[in-house]
Write a protein that binds this ligand. Sequence first.
Ligand SMILES: NC(=O)C1=CN([C@@H]2O[C@H](COP(=O)(O)OP(=O)(O)OC[C@H]3O[C@@H](n4cnc5c(N)ncnc54)[C@H](O)[C@@H]3O)[C@@H](O)[C@H]2O)C=CC1
Ligand SMILES: O=C1C[C@@](O)(C(=O)O)C[C@@H](O)[C@@H]1O
Length: 291
Amino acid sequence: MPQDSYLIGLIGSGIGPSLSPALHEREADRQGLRYLYRLIDLDTLGAAPEAVGDLLRAARDLGFDGLNITHPCKQLVGEHLDALAPQAEALGAVNTVVFSDGRAIGHNTDVTGFAASFARGLPDAPLERVVQLGAGGAGAAVAHATLTLGAGHITVTDALPDRAADLAASLNRHFGAGRAAAATPDRLAELLAGADGIVHATPTGMAAHPGLPLPAGLLHPGLWVAEVVYRPLETELLRAARAVGCATLDGGGMAAFQAADAFRLFTGREPDAGRMLADIAPLGDVMSVRD
Ligand SMILES: NC(=O)C1=CN([C@@H]2O[C@H](COP(=O)(O)OP(=O)(O)OC[C@H]3O[C@@H](n4cnc5c(N)ncnc54)[C@H](O)[C@@H]3O)[C@@H](O)[C@H]2O)C=CC1
Ligand SMILES: O=C1C[C@@](O)(C(=O)O)C[C@@H](O)[C@@H]1O
């Protein structure tokens, strides 16, 4: 008989407001599955990020079918796994672990989730020259996705120049020399004048980090703007970009599609990603009231 009940967890820090439990469980309900998605919060447990290996083994022993992994464990969990899917190996980061036949396999659905969201939301966007703000965990995933989608060249900026330089070097190793470069934020005016679009992957625009990540005057109608922040969905950057006529993409698509890709890996069943995307805005509103 095909499996119809699942126990899934999310290991990370500060994950209380995560939309993932509701996103996964709602989709499973609609498919008639029994599916529990539990938070395994390092802060609640008083556990260090390095405890991820022990938590993973405990989850497997207790019968979990799979795990999502988030900050600050995405780069730490790999050494505890039996194998990595190519995206996770290329990025050196895992956000999804599937337990199957006694093995733990790592995947990265942040990469595939952003790629799916971009392909759906900005299907005709020119990709010759892309500027990305932010070279942290999300930045590494979306830069891989953007180059995988066929971007000609990506310039990465970050308030911490070493981070941008490290990410550009790793992108060039993986995708071939000359596909990526690092630049300091003071060069944004010159870079954006000749760019096709911006990928924004810093936390600026979240409630805790309000504001714009760049001077609004640098935006022009020849740019598309893809946002990674999804709480709130409508960031100041997206508002400013729309005001000057840019095509835009909010961060909700990445959140929904990474969850849909993980759901498929956990269950082997096809999620309705469009339905999961439609859940994002109302769930975000409910969680904002609770935050
Ligand atoms: N839509 C989705 O599914 C997901 C969204 N996110 C969102 O992505 C955002 C970034 O998350 P992470 O990469 O994990 O954070 P992180 O802390 O790993 O990286 C953020 C980077 O942005 C840089 N930065 C901050 N402010 C800047 C500025 N004004 N200009 C240039 N660089 C700046 C920092 O130096 C840092 O390197 C968060 O808002 C998070 O919620 C993260 C994962 C998935
Ligand atoms: O980083 C994120 C966000 C997340 O942790 C969440 O809370 O929804 C779920 C993870 O799968 C994803 O990689």
